[in-house]
Design a protein around this ligand. Structure first.
Ligand code: SAM
Length: 211
């Protein structure tokens, strides 16, 4: 049994994650996809891909693009594998240490996973590193600007060992700029009375060692 609290949580959740979180996942995936334009020739990486819903959605829109998913939970990846065609490569790993060479993706995406990343700056550095020059980064996650999210964050910090922390639009912008990303645009929105979300878009900037 894994002792990492995130892996433990998702090993328990994987078999019913899609059913339990259906509304939330579909709504956030749609909000993310509608802010994206993917070209058929592009290489796309989904970090914290979970059961593969975002890739599944994008495949229906742009089937010619190449999709790669990475997640730390083998059980979530097992569900994703059943949903996605063989051509989609799936990796077990962590966002903070990506098993890919530099400058190999046109687009890096992540939905509903950033609040788990124990080392957010390191994860952003890795996203920046694997992006091609002028590559795009799109991250959707909970937004601390909404009071409902602040309350939920506070409760989860006490009661859920897998949870790490949420961010507001200003924290998120500061993190992205600090890691050298540029053209940062962050939109916040609600998908219902509870879930206050944000989608951050940015482009590859200079990597830390070049600054
Ligand atoms: C709430 S689920 C989101 C899954 C999917 N992106 C979605 O929107 O349905 C969070 C996912 O992030 C993964 N995760 C958490 N921390 C991670 C990390 N440091 N590196 C890679 N994956 C991570 C979890 O295993 C889980 O599958």
């Amino acid at each position: 049994m894994p002792f990492d609290p995130v892996q433990l949580e998702y090993s328990r959740l994987a078999s019913f994650y899609d059913r339990r979180w259906s509304f939330y996942v579909q709504a956030t995936v749609q909000e993310t996809a509608q802010r994206l334009t993917i070209q058929p020739s592009e290489q796309v990486l989904d970090l914290g891909c979970g059961t593969g819903t975002l890739i599944h959605h994008l495949l229906a829109q742009v089937p010619e693009a190449s999709y790669v998913g990475l997640d730390s939970s083998p059980e979530m990846l097992r569900v994703a594998r059943q949903k996605l065609p063989e051509a989609v490569r799936l990796y077990q790993g962590t966002a903070e240490q990506l098993p890919f060479p530099g400058e190999c993706f046109d687009v890096v995406l992540s939905t509903n996973a950033f609040h788990y990343f124990r080392e957010p700056a390191q994860a952003l550095q890795e996203m920046n590193r694997v992006l091609k020059p002028s590559g795009r980064l799109v991250i959707t996650d909970w937004c601390h600007d909404y009071w409902t999210c602040r309350v939920y964050d506070w409760l989860l910090r006490w009661f859920d060992r897998a949870h790490f922390r949420t961010y507001g639009t200003q924290d998120c912008q500061a993190l992205l700029l600090k890691e050298g990303l540029r053209s940062v645009v962050i939109e916040r929105y609600k998908i219902d009375w509870l879930w206050g979300m944000m989608t951050a878009q940015a482009m590859k900037g200079a990597i830390a060692s070049e600054r």
